[in-house]
Design a protein. Structure first.
Length: 399
């Protein structure tokens, strides 16, 4: 009997999402009755605003929503996205340059598929969200990490990007506010990077899903607002998941030049067709409706942000840059490595995260998921009481 043909080598090389893996482990331990507190998932603990839910309920009464609709998205949502893009990113685009996707991850995947050719190098500032390098590889591209540490507030410079650029460089990933660090590039930093990309004809894939979650008067200036001429070589990614507590609704989108968007729309017509119509209508309601509840959520995140930075900073050996966006803290924990804690001596942040889960029953994501070892990501998108208790457990463990 002939052996079975092998599985896909490309997919076999793709790693499971580290953040989802840690979150799943934490949830499994909680299901066993263990009092685990998880900082792993980037998921707001709030409910979706009621007026958004009501819009979805009303959509269920219309039989038209039970049918296929245009693969690129419902006109009402594409128009709402175009309006938001002008409002928050300073870019005026027609609805025809919007593709609605099944969550932000599909937008990420399709963006790389649209602009990356085999062997192309993609500059990936690190720390980075765990999905980016895998999506680049799925497009047959080569991720090139450009690391910026805590001393740079985790923000890369033009000089670093230029040092990493080769004649094979075709794409730059730009994320502000950042997942996993919460760092926000200043308008001046954003403009400098945008002008550099423009000068070298480099595509920019800019993930703006956290652009409305900023604090202390900061503003996440879109790279196409900072450098308007860059719009013809930039794809903007966004969605309703974070700002409106709609992670499970699975609605994201991509905005870009007509030719790139056409490629992405063609791909989606074969890959998944249209996004759930009821969820699309709910997303349009979120974008077009009152923003009061979204602002209240942001105020709560800001309160938690200040608390987690203050309390983590009390731990000797932990350095916590002040995050001005998203809902993550990304402490530098190299000062905890190589030291004995309860009879164990972690030498990597992966080993440290395992120790923390075992001894403090607190789930965090190790820096290896986002780039170099020596860091931890903690999402503060969880209840205030659990947030404080988890950090107090860490303070006790490392006292």
């Amino acid at each position: 009997m002939t052996d079975r043909a092998p599985l896909s080598r490309k997919l076999s090389a793709i790693a499971e999402s580290a953040t989802l893996k840690v979150d799943a482990k934490a949830k499994a331990l909680k299901a066993e009755g263990k009092p685990v507190i998880s900082y792993a998932a980037g998921e707001p603990d709030f409910s979706t605003p009621q007026f958004v839910v009501d819009a979805a309920a009303e959509a269920l009464r219309d039989p038209a929503n039970f049918r296929y609709t245009p693969a690129a998205g419902l006109p009402v949502l594409r128009e709402a996205v175009a309006a938001k893009t002008l409002r928050d990113s300073g870019l005026e685009v027609p609805a025809s340059r919007v593709v609605v996707t099944n969550g932000g991850k599909q937008a990420v995947y399709q963006a790389f598929q649209a602009v990356v050719n085999p062997g192309d190098e993609v500059l990936l500032p690190a720390p980075y969200w765990t999905t980016y390098p895998e999506a680049i590889r799925l497009a047959d591209g080569v991720p090139v990490e450009v690391f910026a540490g805590a001393d740079q507030d985790y923000k890369v410079t033009v000089e670093q990007l230029e040092a990493a650029r080769t004649d094979r460089t075709t794409v730059l990933v730009f994320v502000s506010p950042s997942n996993p660090t919460g760092s926000v590039y200043t308008p001046e930093e954003t403009k400098a990077i945008g002008e550099w990309a423009l000068a070298h004809g480099i595509w920019v894939i800019s993930d703006e899903i956290y652009q409305n979650l900023v604090y202390e008067g900061a503003r996440a200036v879109s790279i196409v607002e900072a450098v308007p001429e860059l719009a013809e070589q930039t794809i903007l990614l966004n969605g309703v998941a974070k700002t409106y507590a709609m992670t499970g609704w699975r609605v994201g989108w991509m905005v870009g030049p007509a030719d790139a968007i056409k490629l992405a729309a063609n791909l989606q017509s074969h890959l998944s067709s249209n996004v759930n119509n009821v969820a699309q209508i709910a997303a349009a309601a979120a974008l077009n409706g009152p923003q009061d509840e979204a602002l209240k959520m942001r105020e709560a995140f800001d309160r938690r942000r200040r608390l987690i930075v203050e309390e983590l900073s009390k731990i000797d050996g932990v350095e916590v840059p002040n995050p001005l966006g998203a809902f993550y803290a990304y402490p530098d924990v190299r000062g905890l490595l190589g030291r004995e804690w309860a009879g164990r001596t972690p030498t990597t942040s992966l080993e440290l995260a395992d120790l923390i889960l075992d001894l403090a029953e607190v789930a965090v994501v190790p820096g290896e998921a986002f780039g170099p070892s020596g860091y931890l990501r903690l999402s503060y998108a969880l209840g205030d009481d659990a947030l404080l208790e988890g950090i107090q457990r860490l303070q006790k463990l490392f006292s």
